[in-house]
Design a protein around this ligand. Sequence first.
Ligand SMILES: C[S@@+](CC[C@H](N)C(=O)[O-])C[C@H]1O[C@@H](n2cnc3c(N)ncnc32)[C@H](O)[C@@H]1O
Length: 640
Amino acid sequence: MGGIFLAQDKQLTMFDIEEAPGRPMLHWLGKRPLRAVKYYEAQLKEQYGEPAEDGWVNRLYWGDNLQVMSHLMKEFRGKIKLIYIDPPFDSKADYRKRIKLKGRQLEGDISVIEEKQYTDIWANDLYLQFMYERLQLMRELLAEDGAIFLHCDWHRVHYLRLILDEIFGPGNFRNEIIWKRADSHNDSRKFGVVDDRILYYTKSSDFTFNPVLIPLDEDYISNFYNNIEEGTGRRYRLDHFTKPAGSIGYFYEYKGAQPPPNGWRCPISTMQQLDQQGLLVFKGKRVYKKRYLDEQEGRQATTIWDDISGQLGGESLSYPTQKVEELVERILLVASNPEDLIADFFCGSGTTLAVAQKLGRRWIGSDINLGAIHTTAQRVSQIIKEQQKETQQQTLLDEGKKFYPAFAVYNVNHYDIFKNALEAKEIVMKLYGVEPVKRSFFDGILDGKWVKVVELNRVCSKEDVQAVFDEILSKGEKEIEATYRRGVLILCSGHEYDVLDYAKRLNVVNIPFEIRDILTDRKDIIFKRPPEADIALKLDGGKAVVEIRQFYSPMLLQKLQLEDDPEEIDDWRQLVEAVLIDPNYDGEVLRPAIQDIPGKKDMVCGVYELPLTGPGQKIAVKIVDVLSGEYFEVLEVGAR
Ligand SMILES: C[S@@+](CC[C@H](N)C(=O)[O-])C[C@H]1O[C@@H](n2cnc3c(N)ncnc32)[C@H](O)[C@@H]1O
């Protein structure tokens, strides 16, 4: 069985990581800067569309972003102009994606099932270390004139700001943006939290900042544009006409008005001209200039963004914590230009990448969750289709927008072992017979032993062992004896070589302690039963016809509690999110010329006509179900 961290054989290069410049510094248990990373190979799995004239192909990676970024160091170190990330917030929440079956609603509520997408639960120290290492790598990947926007909320913003200060230097802090995403929120016995925070840092003092103008709202207009011009009825506000502190202007008396301490803004000739045009207003000894409302395009954005609603409306892809495009669009417009390279290493449903695609930026995205990769791939494919139509009609090109028509999907490492880390954890617990416990540091009990399951998408580290002993040793001597008499067990998928030795040193209370590596312990583990399908290939004159007759997804039926009653689903297409077909599969990379990705409520077609290119032609069919389960089959012309 393919393991998760078996890529040592692929190690080609080591990349040293520059030491973080700075102070102030936040400390936590097990803090360890990343000194170097090794190169990870990535496997090209799918390619959508043909590359742009300049050969560029956008990239979407399925994998842990630490390894994805280590992979990117070879080609993209110092090349990324803008990074926006919206990492898990450590908010003690399990995010669930609401999944609907396609087409007709089933009886009762079983047509809406929930799939845990990723877990947000970490011990604080582990979370900080997780972010520290990743932010260090992001700094390496950023261009000298690059910027990073880190989206977070009240849970961790204060820690993350210190970590960013340390890595980027406090001098490169630009803003803490407050995004008011809702109008009200009920929080018990404290003020309702309605905002998220976005920390904005640059790599140096040389960076792109294209100011954004926000349309003026009614309140702003009535507060500031509170003068009406006689005769014309035009609204205007009064601007000071004095030179600001720190600079020296022009000194002369004008119609009895004495020059202010730093002088007037303009020479007397300009003052006279403005006066003749009726643009000056005299109040006592002061002179003001009129600014008409009808000449204003908006006001400069501030650090409080209260004009973008968090409501997703029609944008919703039912991905937990999906962000609105308008928010990310503002960031991309401010800090990047067309053709710049944008990255989002926690891309989720692909909001950043969708916006980058629309704005003619190049992009790289990654996510550890296969569901996120499917959602993003489908989202971007749809946008490309729209853009292709616009290019044919010239509108896109007339608008001078750059169009990148291709993107590729890569895997970094072998994740076949699990699809979704949280689900894998539950499966492992069931497999070992661990009785789950709630509201505890430990995940469950097995034969009287307390069990901790380390996330299965990474190896068990000394910090994990430390966290377990911190928990044990936080209790009094008698309680330790009573609670942990039978022992403690860590279940993990791979571990650092010296964790056992480390545990021995920490185990001052001498409790039975064991670490079991599921990769070596249970070679028989099968995490998921893959979907099955019945696909027919018929030749009709000069065409090949691919007909999907049946599709069956055991995992999905299990979730719907219909394992024993599969006939309840009268149309297999209700289970399917997308069908992708490559009519000339080269045996390695899927290049889907047919992308049947219907709208939210519509179903795939199921029958597809393709050109015949001759005997031996290989037609690859990929079916993705609503739970992101994949079925893949290669049909050979002449083989049936
Ligand atoms: C808050 S969501 C991002 C939502 C996204 N901004 C959107 O609009 O859809 C965080 C994402 O980080 C991903 N993630 C968590 N740990 C990761 C890791 N180590 N590597 C890559 N992605 C990770 C999760 O799977 C999840 O999709």
